[in-house]
Design a protein around this ligand. Structure first.
Ligand code: ZN
Ligand code: MN
Length: 519
C-alpha cells in the first residue's frame, strides 16, 4: 500500500426539542411521561379537516438560537410537507422547512488544542417530532402519539469537523448554549437532544484524491454514543476502503445505527434522496415572515453566551480554566457572581469562594449556588472581609456555613418563598433572602473570628509555638533543606493556636524576626 494521507470529514445534524408548553401546531401539552395518547387532538392525530396553527413561542426560541449561532434570520421562510409513511406520524407527512429555512449561514467558534475551530452552521429550521412506536407489548406494535407534533429545531453544520473529539466538544457547547438561552432543557435521557453525524474520509495518495462513501449515523442520544459512533465509523471506513476500494458516488450514501452494547455501527435502510421525500409547500400554512426590527429586538435580549463568558471569568476572577465552565454553566449562578463583583466584592476571592465553599454547600443541598438563597451583597461583604485581612480563609468558610444555615432557617419559616424554574443548567431556585443576622461582620464578631492585628497578642502565640516545637525551630534556622517547610509549619501552628485569628502577614513577620533574633 502506498502512503496515503487520510483526512476525516464530519458534519453534524442535531435535533433539539424546544421548551414550549404546547406543541408546534396545536394546543396539546408537551409533557414527558404522561399516560400514552393522553396529549393528543385532531391536529396531531392528523384527522381529516384539522388545521395547524403555528406556535409563536417555538419561532421565538428558534430565532434566539439562530442569533446565538451567528445565523441570519430569514425575512421570509416557508413550511413544507415532507412525506413520511410510518405510524408514529399519522398525517403521513412531517411539517418541516425545506428550501427556505428560518436560520441560515451561522458559525460557532470552539477552542480546540489551543487553536480556534470555526464550525459553520449551514442552517437551523423548525419542524415537528414524530410519536413513538412501542414494540415491547407482545405480538403488537403500539403507538404513543403524545410526542407527535412537539417542536424541534434541526441544526445542521457544514462538514467542518475532523475528529470525534471535535464533534463531541461542539455537541457539549451546543447543549450549554440552548440551556443558557432557556430554549431547551436538552435532556438527553428524555430524548430532547439527538445527534446524527455524517462521516467520510478524503484519501490522498500520490496518484489520486478519493473520498469514501458518506455514512450518516442516525439517532444518537448521548455524547458517549456520538463520540463512539464517529470514532468507530472513521476506523471502519478506513478498513473498508483498504479492502474494497469503494469510493463515494451518487446514491451510495448510507444510513447506519449505533449498537451501544457492541460499540459498533450497523447498516440501516438506504438513505432516501431528497426527491423521495416529495417536499412541497404546505397549503395549510402561510409563509413565516420576520421583520428586521423584531430580529434586532431579540438580538438585544441575548445574554452573554457561555464560551465568551467562560473566557472572561478565567481572566477576571482568575479561575483555573478547568473549573471555570462549571461556574458558567448555571446562568443564575454566573449572574450572581457578576452581581457580587458589581456590589464591590473582591473578584479573585469571590472566585475562590464560589469554586470552594459556596459550591460545596450548594451540592450538599442538591441545588446550585444561586439556589442557596443568599444575596450578592452578602457574598461580596464576606469576600471583602478576607480581602481586607479581617478574617482568614478558614474563618470565611465558617461564617459562610453560618450564613447558609441561617438562610435555610429563614426560608423554612417563610412558606411564601416559592421555588421557580430557571434558565440554563440551574435547578429550581428560591428567591434570595436577607436579614441583619446574615451580616458577615456580625457573624465574625459573634463567632470570635475577627483576625487580630494586635502585635502583642500575636507575639504571644508565636512564643508559645516556638516553645512547643523546638525541632521545627531548629530546622527553620539551620537546615537549608527543611527551612521553608519548617517555617510554613510554624506559621500554620500559629494560625491554629490563634484559632485562625492571627493576621498571617504579621504572624509571618514576627516568626522571621524571632528566627533571626535568637540565632
Ligand atoms: Zn394536538
Ligand atoms: Mn429533521
Amino acid at each position: 500500500m502506498t502512503e496515503a494521507l487520510i483526512e476525516p470529514i464530519i458534519g453534524l445534524e442535531v435535533h433539539v426539542q424546544l421548551a414550549t408548553r404546547s406543541k408546534m401546531w396545536c394546543g396539546c401539552a408537551v409533557e414527558f411521561g404522561a399516560p400514552p395518547n393522553s396529549r393528543v387532538c385532531p391536529v396531531c392525530l392528523g384527522l381529516p379537516g384539522a388545521l395547524p396553527v403555528m406556535n409563536r413561542q417555538a419561532v421565538e426560541y428558534a430565532i434566539l438560537t439562530g442569533l446565538a449561532l451567528n445565523c441570519s434570520i430569514s425575512r421570509v421562510s416557508r413550511w413544507d410537507r415532507k412525506s413520511y409513511t410510518y405510524p408514529d406520524l399519522p398525517k403521513n407527512y412531517q411539517i418541516s422547512q425545506y428550501d427556505l429555512p428560518l436560520c441560515v449561514g451561522g458559525y460557532i467558534e470552539l477552542k480546540s488544542d489551543h487553536r480556534i475551530l470555526k464550525v459553520r452552521i449551514r442552517r437551523a429550521h423548525l419542524e415537528e417530532d414524530a410519536g413513538k412506536n412501542v414494540h415491547d407489548l407482545g405480538p403488537f406494535t403500539a403507538v404513543d402519539l403524545n410526542r407527535a407534533g412537539t417542536p424541534l429545531l434541526e441544526i445542521v453544520t457544514e462538514p467542518d469537523f475532523s475528529s470525534a473529539d471535535q464533534v463531541r466538544q461542539f455537541a457539549v457547547e451546543l447543549q450549554r448554549l440552548v440551556r443558557y438561552l432557556g430554549v431547551s432543557e436538552a435532556n438527553m435521557q428524555k430524548g430532547q437532544m439527538r445527534f446524527e453525524p455524517n462521516i467520510n474520509l478524503r484519501i490522498r495518495t500520490p496518484a489520486q484524491v478519493v473520498c469514501t462513501p458518506i455514512v450518516e449515523v442516525k439517532n444518537l442520544n448521548s455524547f458517549r454514543a456520538l463520540h463512539g459512533a464517529v470514532s468507530y465509523e472513521l476506523k471502519r471506513q478506513r478498513e473498508a476502503w483498504r479492502t474494497s476500494g469503494v469510493t463515494a458516488a451518487t446514491g451510495n450514501k448510507t444510513n447506519r445505527g449505533w449498537d451501544d452494547d457492541r460499540q459498533v455501527t450497523v447498516p440501516q435502510r438506504e438513505k432516501e434522496e431528497a426527491y423521495d421525500y416529495r417536499y412541497f409547500p404546505d397549503p395549510d400554512l402561510v409563509p413565516l415572515t420576520t421583520s428586521a426590527e423584531h430580529v434586532e429586538y431579540r438580538r438585544g435580549q441575548l445574554p452573554e453566551l457561555p464560551i465568551p463568558r467562560t473566557e472572561r471569568f478565567i481572566s477576571e476572577y482568575k479561575l483555573p480554566p478547568r473549573d471555570a465552565p462549571a461556574l458558567v454553566d448555571c446562568r443564575m449562578t454566573a449572574d450572581l457572581l457578576d452581581a457580587a463583583a458589581e456590589a464591590g466584592g473582591h473578584k479573585e476571592i469571590l472566585g475562590k469562594h464560589f469554586l470552594g465553599f459556596w459550591a460545596r454547600f450548594a451540592n450538599e443541598r442538591h441545588t446550585t449556588i444561586a439556589g442557596l438563597g443568599l444575596t450578592a451583597r452578602r457574598m461580596a461583604e464576606l469576600a471583602n472581609l478576607v480581602g481586607d485581612g479581617k478574617i482568614s480563609t478558614t474563618a470565611a468558610r465558617q461564617i459562610a456555613h453560618a450564613m447558609v444555615q441561617r438562610v435555610d432557617e429563614l426560608l423554612a419559616s417563610r412558606p411564601a418563598a416559592t421555588p421557580r424554574p430557571a434558565p440554563g443548567h440551574c435547578d429550581t431556585l428560591r428567591d434570595p433572602v436577607d436579614s441583619p443576622d446574615l451580616d458577615p461582620v456580625r457573624l465574625a464578631e459573634k463567632l470570635r473570628l475577627l483576625q487580630s492585628s494586635d502585635v502583642g497578642e500575636i507575639q504571644h502565640w508565636v512564643d508559645r509555638v516556638f516553645a512547643a516545637h523546638p525541632q521545627a525551630v531548629r530546622d527553620a534556622r539551620r537546615n537549608p533543606k527543611k527551612r521553608k517547610p519548617a517555617r510554613g509549619f510554624l506559621l500554620g501552628q500559629v494560625m491554629k493556636t490563634s484559632g485562625g485569628k492571627a493576621d498571617p502577614k504579621i504572624a509571618g513577620r514576627l516568626i522571621d524576626e524571632k528566627l533571626h533574633a535568637d540565632e
